[in-house]
Structure formats: C-alpha cells, structure tokens
Ligand binder design. Structure first.
Ligand code: AMP
Ligand code: GLY
Length: 424
C-alpha cells in the first residue's frame, strides 16, 4: 500500500513515522511535509486549502490510500475530493468536519445526542455577549465560531478582555459565551468508520503558552500519555456518554463522521463535559499517543476509511510512557518570528528513545541550513518506563537543540510525573 500523508506539522511527521513502521505499508509520501519529513520520505508541494489539487496529486502519485492530517483541507472537502477520485481516504467529509469548524454546529449535535457539555449562548451582537457574560459570571469563556487552531478562545477573569475578544471575533462570525468548566482536561481520540469506533490511549495537552498555564492559548505546547491520575473507567464513560452518541447522531443526520473524532473533555466536579470536538488527530498529542501504539497504524486507518472497523483487532499499547515538548518560535502564538537557524537536532536524535519531530522547519540557502519556518517548530518526543523518565529524556533532547528565542514550556507532564492530578 502506497500512502500519501497530507499536512506539514509534527502530527504528520509522527503519522509518517508510524506508517513507515507498518508492514502493510510499502511506501509513504507526504504533501507538503516539512524539512524533517523530507529527510524520511518523498515530499510534494500542495496548497492545503485546495481540495481538488490534493485529490489530483493523490491520483498523479498513484496513492492507494490518503491520510489527511490538518483541519484546513478537511474543512474544504479534501477527503470528499480524494474519495470522488476513487481513492480511500482517512478523514471526514466537509459536512462532518463542521463538528470542528462550527462550534454552534457541535453544540447542536451534542444537544440532539444528549452529550454533556458547557452551557453556552451563541451571540451575534455585543449586547447579547454582555448579557451572557453576566449570566455565567467569571471566569469568562468567549469563543469565535470558526476554525482558529485553538487560538480563538479566551478564558479570562477580566470582563473588558472578554468583551474586546468578542468585539474582534464578531467581525467575522458569531461568538459563543460559555459557562466555565473546572477540572483537568483530557484529549481522547476515536478512530471511526462512521459506525464502529476504536478509542486510542488518552493524552493531555498543554494549551497555554506559559508555564503553570499562563499566557494566551496556543495550538498546544506539549503532551503526555498515559494519564496515571485518570479514572479507570474514563474510556468506557467517554465511549458511552460522548463518542458513541455523537457518531450515531452524525449518521442519523445523513452526515456520518468517518475519520478521527477528537473529544476535548473536562473532568469537572459534576462529571465529564465536552469542551470541544476536532475532526482530526490532535497536535502535539498524536506525537505522544503514537509513540506508545504497537499495532500497525496503516491497517487501523485503512479499516476505518473502508468501513471495516468492526473486524479490527484490539489495539496493543506499549507499557512505556511518552512525553512531547514543543519548541516554538519567538513571539508564538501572537506573532512568531521566522528565519532563525536551528542547530543540534542531529545530536538530540542520537539520544535514547527520542524522536525529533519537525513542524515549522525548512532548509535555506546553498548549505541547506535548517531554519524556523512556522510558529511551532519542533516537537521532541521521548518514551521511558514512566513519565518521569520520558520527561527527562525529552528535555535532554530540547537542551541540545538551539535556535534564537526558542519558546519552551518547562513544565510539560511535571505534575503528572510527580503523582499529582494535572489540570487547571
Ligand atoms: P477550544 O478551542 O474550544 O478547545 O478551547 C481551547 C482551550 O480553552 C481549551 O482546551 C480549554 O483549555 C479552554 N476552554 C475552552 N472552553 C472552556 C470552558 N468552557 N471552560 C474552561 N476552559 C475552556
Ligand atoms: N492540541 C490541540 C489540537 O490539536 O487542537
């Protein structure tokens, strides 16, 4: 099987790695990829917002199977276009991907399916926003109703900050004002063919840019798996109360969701609540989760893409723990500065049980110098017998890598490794 991976982040680098390790996969190609992916497999330029161009490339390359990583191509119908060209594709249809792209749509699905989530008001003007803020009280949660890569959300105790965020978001779309959910957050991924689903090992993401959850939200600054503090019935409860009802509701509406359903969950004092859904693998959680998956990834995703998950073997997981630490560009997430030279990746790669996964990297000049080319630059992922060892190994890798102004959170998996519950 010749597989084309679409995307250019750390998530796609991890997908490429895991697919290369699957004996049923003979060849992996990527589009557009990044400098690290290009070191391992052939890469081809493509516009991620052009569904037809992605499908045409898959045909031209003779791909037997396409795996779409990011939300942007899914939201413009890349999976539909690939399937229309006769190639199986892992990724939901444009209509189903709206569970990520429209928070209002996600709330509507959850209301119909009886899935517990934060109470919310969808507001189209500032007067309604102010009314909703006062109804829920602080901390205030204001979300733009569109794709924002985790950056369209503001959680603040400052009413003026909440109003300002709503004012700028209202220029493009409606905003959601939500009740604040307390308790630790979990990222849970379900691989589904639209009917059956297979739940992957849970992970935790670190959304804020600064240590101890300070500063603005980002796409994610680090992750770890497993979660030693999570309740033993976590997956069972999430499956019954969240994942199965949503998959059933999407099928019932005639827009079945086939692909990766990512549930962002809060374990509140009142029980499990959905914070958000994404229509794709999380980044950087995927880097940590796939580091522990022993079953062949290509077979799993192909079974989901071809409606055969009911026959899939149960997944095998390594007993090791995995920690991913993101290295971001200076100024991330507000205004990342690009172009700095990156050194030390080869030295870091030589450490034990480590993977230096690339995201925003490129080669520049005659000497092909590795340079910063995006907000999140690298995600250094390590495994170990427990979270403490995995963490030490990941940070040892980060220590060896250098670029001017690198932004790194020092506390990824710190509390969990110390035996504490992790969360806000
Ligand atoms: P979202 O884009 O909806 O995932 O939100 C990004 C992040 O904002 C989440 O991972 C949470 O950390 C935070 N957040 C979103 N909604 C809420 C909420 N209702 N209560 C508390 N925190 C939230
Ligand atoms: N790490 C959060 C996300 O992928 O949306």
């Amino acid at each position: 099987m010749r597989v084309l991976v679409v995307g250019s982040g750390g998530r796609e680098h991890a997908l490429v790695r895991s697919l290369l390790a699957d004996p049923s996969v003979t060849e992996v190609l990527a589009a557009p990829g990044n400098a690290g992916i290009a070191d391992e497999v052939p890469v081809f330029g493509v516009d991620l917002s052009d569904a037809d161009a992605i499908a045409a490339l898959a045909v031209e390359l003779g791909a037997d199977f396409v795996v779409v990583g990011p939300e942007l191509p899914l939201s413009v119908g890349a999976a539909d276009a690939v399937r229309a060209a006769g190639i199986p594709c892992f990724g939901p249809s444009r209509e189903a991907a709206a569970i990520e792209g429209s928070k209002a749509f996600a709330k509507d699905i959850m209301a119909s399916a009886g899935v517990p989530t934060a109470l919310a008001h969808i507001c189209s003007d500032l007067a309604r926003v102010e009314h909703a803020l006062d109804e829920f009280g602080p901390p205030y949660v204001v979300k733009a109703d569109g794709l924002a890569a985790g950056k369209g959300v503001v959680v603040t105790n400052d009413r003026m900050v909440a109003i300002e965020h709503a004012r700028s978001a209202l220029i493009d779309a409606a905003v959601l004002v939500e009740e604040y959910l307390d308790g630790p957050e979990i990222s849970l991924f379900a691989v589904t063919d639209g009917i059956d689903l297979v739940v992957l090992a849970p992970a935790q993401d670190f959304k804020r840019v600064g240590a101890q959850d300070t500063g603005p939200n980002t796409g994610g600054m680090g992750a770890y798996s497993p979660l030693p503090w999570a309740p033993p019935d976590l997956i069972e409860v999430a499956r019954e109360r969240v994942l199965e009802p949503v998959i059933a509701e999407m099928a019932h509406r005639g827009t079945p969701f086939a692909g990766l359903l990512y549930a962002g969950l809060a374990l509140t004092s009142r029980g499990m609540r959905v914070i958000e859904f994404n229509a794709r693998f999380g980044d950087p959680e995927t880097q940590a989760v796939l580091a522990r998956l022993e079953s062949p990834l290509g077979e799993l995703l192909y079974a989901a893409a071809t409606g055969q998950l009911a026959q899939a073997e149960p997944l095998r997981w390594s007993k090791s723990a995995a920690v991913t630490v993101v290295m971001a560009a200076p100024g991330y997430p507000v205004a990342p500065a690009l172009g700095a030279a990156i050194t030390g990746t080869e030295a870091a790669k030589a450490l034990p049980d480590i993977a230096v996964l690339h995201a925003g990297t490129a080669r520049s000049g005659a000497d092909e110098q590795l340079v910063v080319a995006g907000g999140r630059v690298l995600s250094v992922t390590a495994t170990g017998t427990d979270l403490g060892q995995a963490r030490d190994r990941a940070y040892a890798g980060v220590e060896l890598i250098d670029f001017a102004g690198a932004v790194v959170r020092p506390d990824i998996a710190e509390r969990a490794a110390a035996g504490l519950i992790s969360g806000p």
